[in-house]
Design a binder for this molecule. Structure first.
Ligand SMILES: NC(=O)c1ccc[n+]([C@@H]2O[C@H](COP(=O)([O-])OP(=O)(O)OC[C@H]3O[C@@H](n4cnc5c(N)ncnc54)[C@H](O)[C@@H]3O)[C@@H](O)[C@H]2O)c1
Length: 269
């Protein structure tokens, strides 16, 4: 029996990580948690200034981090970001595919452009980064962890989000397929399905609903979301980041191909 201390189980010292979409919201919280646990974190985002902010915060808290411009739609950017991360310590251990968009549109008004940008970022982006990261993980021979940010909407439809739900449901099956094919290389691949998490991205989207209605964000949420959440509150980015830390750590070594729902009980109602 291996009785490692809790601290050791969650310790990511000597490991490197890439977090896509780490400039804001959930990705930022994940990057900060991984850096706090000792990982050398590469924050890859189209928002370079935001990525740099996350990087500075991680460093101010004593962590190691670097920011890099990367659009998850680009294979070249994925290769560059993973190379930059692996170059730090000669290995890549953790990839968090978090970058995502969630525009709202009724299914009958859905355009090819919106469908393709949501699929391109949320689903293909995760594939492209996983392929690039897995090559480094396999080469280094230390195994690895890939964590895909899906959504409760991968499991439960929400109006005006058919395209988003389809992209995240697709990412659940991509998670399982990657888990199956990468298991021989000791790479575990899992997904986290957050519920409603208060982030800059969510605020931007809800503003299109609460401002025209003359409401505050909180009034809209009180009327619509809070009654659906048994926990009685919205999620915070760190609620998700702590689960990402667990999945990235040795504590989760025997979990692969799974989806952990972090929704305060939303799916129970
Ligand atoms: N907030 C929620 O309630 C919620 C719930 C379930 C799932 N999620 C998922 O969590 C993830 C993060 O969501 P958030 O609410 O923190 O969003 P956010 O908008 O606050 O942050 C998303 C980040 O992704 C980056 N990004 C967008 N497109 C990109 C691209 N093409 N390449 C690289 N980076 C890109 C943005 O610049 C931003 O920094 C998304 O995948 C989202 O679908 C969010």
């Amino acid at each position: 029996m291996n009785h490692q201390t809790i601290e050791k189980l969650l310790d990511l010292s000597g490991k490197t990580a890439v977090v896509t979409g780490g400039a804001s919201g959930i990705g930022k919280a994940v990057a900060l948690r991984l850096a706090q646990a000792g990982a050398d974190v590469t924050i890859a985002d189209v928002d370079e200034a935001g990525a740099l902010e996350t990087c500075k915060t991680a460093q101010a808290e004593g962590g190691k981090a670097q920011a890099i411009f990367a659009d998850v739609r680009s294979r070249a950017d994925a290769a560059r970001a993973c190379e930059a991360a692996a170059g730090r310590l000669g290995r890549l251990d953790i990839l968090v595919n978090n970058a995502g968009i969630y525009p709202a549109l009724p299914v009958l008004n859905l355009t090819d452009d919106v469908w393709e940008s949501v699929m391109g970022i949320n689903l293909r982006g995760a594939l492209v980064f996983s392929q690039a990261a897995a090559q480094h993980m396999i080469k280094a021979g230390n195994g690895g962890k890939i964590i895909n940010m899906v959504s409760l909407e991968a499991l439960h439809p929400v109006v005006m989000h058919s395209h988003y739900s389809a992209s995240k449901a697709g990412l659940v099956m991509l998670t399982k397929s990657l888990a199956l094919e990468l298991a021989p290389h000791k790479i575990a691949v899992n997904a986290i399905a957050p519920g409603v998490i208060w982030t800059p991205g969510l605020d931007r989207q809800l503003r299109g609903f609460y401002e025209p209605a003359g409401m505050t964000a909180d009034q809209l949420l009180q009327a619509t979301v809070y009654p659906r959440v048994p926990a009685g509150r919205l999620g915070e980015p760190d609620d998700v980041a702590r689960v990402a830390l667990f999945l990235a750590s040795e504590a989760a070594d025997y979990i692969t191909g799974d989806v952990i729902v972090v929704d305060g009980g939303y799916l129970l109602t």
